[in-house]
Design a protein around this ligand. Structure first.
Ligand code: ZN
Length: 80
């Protein structure tokens, strides 16, 4: 049985436009890519006010599951 890997990425450790490399296979995963060629969104968690808590993606190249967290940084006015 195939073992699925789960990677966690915190947005606070990221700079630039939010694009990152798949920790497993190195494929570029960009939020601007809405074609779902490289990844697809499989799950998301939100806070009570509807803002994003975590976003789970699956890399289509290697099937790794990637959980993005740290969206709180987007709610902080000093980062706007
Ligand atoms: Zn991958």
């Amino acid at each position: 049985m195939k073992q699925l890997s789960v990677y966690r990425i915190n947005l606070n450790n990221m700079d630039g436009d939010g694009a990152f490399l798949c920790p497993s296979c190195g494929a570029l995963i960009s939020p601007d890519d809405v074609s779902e060629k490289t990844y697809k969104i499989i799950d998301m968690e939100t806070y009570e006010d509807g803002s994003l808590k975590t976003l789970s993606l699956m890399c289509k190249k290697c099937d790794a599951k990637i959980v993005l967290e740290g969206f709180e940084i987007l709610r902080n006015p000093k980062n706007l």
